[in-house]
Design a protein around this ligand. Structure first.
Ligand code: 5RP
Length: 298
């Protein structure tokens, strides 16, 4: 039993001070419930309202992608620089240390490989398992304009409903089919559809011109998808343009883990995303870190 002897009786109610009610730092998220916001705050840094999300979910349709053959060797050392990790439950459970305390965005759709029609995806995770793994968000691919458009939109709305029941946000990933053009009109359409139908975060590609119209018309945070491997300077430039045109960070995979120096690259991306460091300076930072890391390995 608790010791009740000599309890302090003096109280301080701060009667002259109204109760504090703080807003929430993230676009379009201020009216969400506490659990949702807490999970979002594990993905996006409150100081910058942006995130460096490391995407390593490629294996769910591509198998052992270059750079991801041994996640324990190549990705685990990068985790300390990632605000959030986007991965499948298979990799999370088998390979990611459970001490990883930042956001986990779990790939929650699947069912197609590169050998078949890519848009034929379904929900591939039970909400119970997402809860069991304490994920910060679930990610689902949405193929606007593709053969299985309606099915993939329905996958997303189902996950949104399940997630709302338990306080888990959903990230809609706008997948661009072979026949689509990655322009502001298409990406704006796809992103807005995801947000209108309940996505709490939207992942979409950078485009020129007009990316700022894509972010402006999307009422929830957009994270920029990395896409195919580019030279490091170009990738840093694209990230800089995206965040200065309204993206709430990046969700990059190949441009980090297929870089000549992944550890230096993820740190340089972090400078761009959180400090809005201009690309030239961030690239110099990448080169310096790269040579330091090479020296340390010798
Ligand atoms: C597909 C995805 C990916 O599986 C992955 O996250 C892509 O990352 P990147 O293009 O940066 O390598 O979301 O749409």
């Amino acid at each position: 039993m608790a010791d009740t002897e000599e309890l302090k009786e003096t109280k301080e109610y701060f009667l002259a001070t109204p109760a504090r009610h703080e807003g929430f730092f993230l676009k379009g998220s201020h009216q969400l419930d506490w659990g949702m916001r807490n999970r979002l705050a594990r993905i996006f840094r409150p100081e910058s309202a942006r995130t460096v999300m490391l995407a390593i979910d490629h294996g769910y349709f591509l198998g052992p992608t270059t750079g991801l053959e041994r996640v324990d060797m190549t990705i685990v050392p990068l985790l300390k620089y990632a605000d959030a990790l986007m991965c499948t439950r298979g990799i999370l459970r088998s390979t990611i240390p459970s001490s990883f305390a930042n956001g986990v965005v779990m790939r929650s759709s699947g069912g197609a490989s590169t050998l078949r029609e890519m848009s034929n995806e379904r929900i591939a995770v039970d909400i119970d398992d997402a809860l069991r793994m304490n994920v910060s968000a679930m990610a689902v691919q949405v193929f606007i304009g593709a053969e299985f458009e309606t099915q993939t939109v329905h996958n997303m709305t189902q996950l949104v409903d399940l997630g709302l029941r338990y306080g888990i946000p959903t990230m809609g990933v706008t997948a661009v089919g072979k026949d689509m053009v990655r322009d502001a009109r298409y990406l704006g359409l796809a992103s807005r559809i995801c947000a209108e139908l309940g996505a709490h975060i939207v992942k979409t590609y950078y485009c020129e011109p007009g990316f700022e119209t894509v972010t402006a018309a999307c009422p929830v945070p957009i994270v920029m998808a990395g896409g195919k491997k580019l030279p490091e300077f170009e990738a840093l430039t694209m990230a800089y343009k995206a965040v200065t045109q309204g993206a709430s960070g990046v969700d990059m995979g190949r441009n980090i883990f297929q870089s000549a120096a992944p550890e230096a690259m993820i740190q340089a991306v972090g400078k761009v995303v959180h400090e809005l460091m201009p690309p030239k300076q961030a690239y110099d930072c990448y080169l310096t870190l790269k040579s330091e890391q090479e020296k340390a390995r010798r």
